[in-house]
Design a protein. Structure first.
Length: 239
């Protein structure tokens, strides 16, 4: 089966007015959302004194409402990240240390799903000028995307390579891969094939990487897995 490739080309030029409107809408949603979460907690406490049986149907309903509110809150958080262009705080970042921290952080989630996660450093520069927090978030989105696509018994490998001029970080999985119809839309905002997904993880990764002067692309074979590659110049400067 032939391998397909999706590259993240330049986004249409952003307009500060549109970004302000998007951020304003997100804030208007978050205010009542926070109020709903607070009042749901108060209601649960008061009901506990009236209905002592925590297995009662009313508590199951409230738990479902709480889950949906958390899901909406997560979406608003991702939407705000997408609506605001990354503001980079550049510093010299130790590549291996950053990715080792990321692997430690997401490792338990991979273990719970039965997916083996590993970090393989084949070469490349020891450091890169970057916003460490933002870069870690960008790679984390790729790992989470791989984890969603990889069944129990599969593997995810974070690989590092490059030379004195450039750094490449790969996230390779043995998951389901992408169809020829899905792959070209992988970096489209709000496009997702996952139930409950926001469709913003990959677009946010693209924004972060391009703000560093780099690029991100995905190669995939349906039924055989995918490889997402972040390419960064070593002496990057924020755009």
């Amino acid at each position: 089966m032939s391998e397909k490739v999706a590259g993240a080309g330049p986004e249409p030029e952003s307009h500060s007015v549109a970004e302000s409107i998007a951020a304003g809408i997100a804030h208007e949603v978050r205010n009542p959302l926070n109020a709903l979460q607070i009042n749901l907690g108060i209601l649960e406490q008061e009901l506990s004194g009236i209905v002592p049986d925590r297995s009662s149907h009313v508590f199951e309903v409230m738990a479902k409402i709480a889950r949906e509110l958390r899901s909406l809150d997560d979406f608003v958080t991702e939407f705000l990240r997408f609506a605001r262009p990354p503001r980079l705080s550049l510093e010299t970042v130790a590549v291996r240390s950053l990715l080792a921290d990321l692997t430690t952080f997401i490792g338990p989630e991979c273990n719970r799903k039965g997916v083996a996660l590993s970090l393989v450093v084949e070469g490349g520069p020891e450091t890169v000028v970057a916003d460490g927090f933002q870069l870690k978030h960008a790679v984390l989105n790729l790992v989470l995307n791989a984890l969603q696509a990889t069944p129990a018994g599969g593997t995810i490998v974070i690989g590092v390579r490059g030379d004195a001029h450039g750094l490449a970080i790969e996230v390779r999985d043995t998951g389901e891969g992408m169809t020829g119809e899905v792959l070209p839309r992988a970096f489209d905002a709000f496009f997702t094939t996952r139930e409950g997904g926001t469709g913003l993880g990959l677009p946010i990764t693209r924004r972060i990487v391009e703000a560093h002067g780099g690029s991100v692309a995905i190669r995939s074979r349906e039924g055989e897995g995918s490889v997402a590659t972040v390419s960064l110049p070593v002496g990057t400067r924020a755009r």
